[in-house]
Design a protein around this ligand. Structure first.
Ligand code: GDD
Ligand code: GTP
Length: 422
């Protein structure tokens, strides 16, 4: 029997996802039409041995999360539970704290996944690789290749190319270490908890020797990448399984649009029913497009490529949407144009208005390029990126909003360019 654990983080994370994370926890943000987490749960449900998926985070449980748990549980016929940390315990502290829950029922191994990644989740391949390597290890890391410069933003892995043993692991190094990066998807055997216990004990002892209580870090906070992987690599207890399938982080709103593109492409194989097709009397579809069944799109509109239209969205005559995510309840009035943007819940874009951002796609000429999830500002100015309209924003007719971020509940009265509209 196997289990899966997903690290979903908590409210103070996901800052690069504002203002969208004001309305919904980032793991529930829809990518290619369904909540980010659903792609992970679906991947787990496809592995027959996985009997339970545990989400670990420090979000207060809310209605939206409960609704997601209930509906995913029913749809994918898999046990799904949320375990709340009392504080942010890091990527290793949460699983150590909830070790009894993870080990109940006696799983022989468990998958651990970061929620903020978009991937083909080759779980069956990882499992096969694990079984081939017998009992000689306590963990497998899913790895992929990045270019030299971008590798510095990830955990970097040096392997023995013959055996795939991890020789070194360095989290976000300051100089080049390796082009193989950590995808944030792992398989561990229960032995991992012995190592986590050792780190916990050490933290506890160090804490007792340190200065004033208020400055001490909790012993419960453990970072897998720094505290565990380095140690396991030294003990030859870790292997890397490299995937050729797609993989990307979802840190910023721009990377959500890119992630949508990757998942929409995958739908051709996994969920063709989720892709819109060209039909008589229906809007023109270019490339991969998802339209929620309750959305109402005028047949003269043109959508795609890479467009996701949410629940109850209204799209008028002559509208053009491309490389964008339109969230539920938004209204796109006649002849407006939306390019490289995210349109928030319940926002209204007036007639002939134009909402446009700059794509932040990875370099198409570099097969190993990843998306740069940059911070909002570079050299004191807003970096050109996709345009984001928070929820319930009103854009009047005939204005142009370009490379801007509009906070929720704003009624704009003119055009804006390169601004954060507070
Ligand atoms: N439950 C819980 N508690 N989850 C957490 C916590 C915590 O205290 N801290 C982070 N997470 C979750 C995040 O929500 C995210 O899904 C994942 O753990 C990793 O988040 P970060 O700590 O922000 O790390 P990162 O994304 O910059 O880097 C990690 O992922 C990369 C791949 O995407 C590292 O594992 C890198 O080595 C790796 O390359
Ligand atoms: P392509 O030549 O199709 O690749 O477009 P482009 O990349 O040169 O132009 P852009 O990215 O600005 O526009 C993307 C799509 O939106 C194009 O297919 C345009 O025809 C369409 N488009 C651009 N501006 C408007 C507009 O104001 N209204 C409408 N309805 N469509 C527009």
């Amino acid at each position: 029997m196997l289990k899966a654990v997903v690290l979903i983080g908590g409210p103070q994370k996901g800052t690069r996802f504002r203002p969208l994370s004001f309305e919904v926890a980032k793991p529930l943000f829809p990518v290619a039409g369904v909540p980010m987490l659903q792609h992970l749960v679906e991947a787990c449900a496809k592995v027959p041995d996985i009997k339970e998926v545990l989400l670990i985070g420090f979000y207060q449980p809310n209605e939206e999360l409960s609704r997601f748990l209930a509906s995913a549980q029913q749809e994918f016929k898999i046990s799904l539970r949320y375990l709340q940390e009392f504080a942010s315990l890091g990527t290793g502290g949460g699983i150590y704290h909830f070790r009894d829950q993870i080990l109940s029922g006696g799983p022989c191994a468990f998958f651990l996944m970061n929620a903020d990644v978009c991937s083909a989740f080759p779980l069956a391949d990882i499992l096969r690789f694990h079984r081939r390597h017998g009992d000689s290890h306590c963990g497998i890391i899913l790895g992929t290749t990045a270019n030299r410069k971008q590798s510095l933003n990830y955990g970097c892995i040096v392997e023995n190319p013959e055996t795939n043993e991890v020789l070194h692991f360095v989290e976000k190094p300051s100089t080049f270490v390796s082009e193989i990066i950590n995808c944030g998807i792992y398989l561990f055997t229960p032995e991992i908890f012995g190592h986590l216990g050792t780190v916990f004990q050490r933290n506890q002892e160090e804490r007792l020797q340190e200065g004033p209580l208020c400055t001490r870090q909790m012993a419960e906070v453990i970072h897998l990448e720094r505290d565990i992987f380095t140690m396991l690599a030294a003990h030859k207890q870790l292997y890397v399984y490299k995937t050729q399938h797609f993989w990307s982080q979802i840190k910023s709103a721009g990377s959500a649009i890119y992630g949508s593109r990757l998942y929409l492409k995958q739908y051709h194989e996994t969920h063709p029913e989720r892709l819109a097709t060209n039909q008589e009397g229906a809007p023109k579809i270019i490339g991969d497009v998802y339209i929620h069944q309750t959305a109402n799109v005028d047949p003269t509109a043109v959508l795609g490529p890479n467009v996701s239209i949410g629940k109850g969205v209204l799209i008028g005559a002559g509208v053009r949407v491309r490389e964008s995510i339109v969230l539920h309840g938004a209204v796109l009035q006649d002849h407006c144009c939306v390019l490289n943007s995210i349109v928030g819940w319940g926002s209204v874009i007036g007639k002939w208005a134009r909402v446009e951002g700059s794509p932040s796609d990875p370099n198409p000429n570099d097969p190993y390029a990843k998306i740069d999830s940059e911070t909002l500002f570079r050299d004191g100015s807003l970096t050109p990126s996709i345009t984001i309209l928070g929820c319930n924003v009103n854009i009047p007719s005939e204005v142009i909003i370009r490379n801007s971020i509009v906070l929720p509940h704003k009624d704009l009265n003119r055009s804006f360019k390169n601004q954060i509209i507070l």
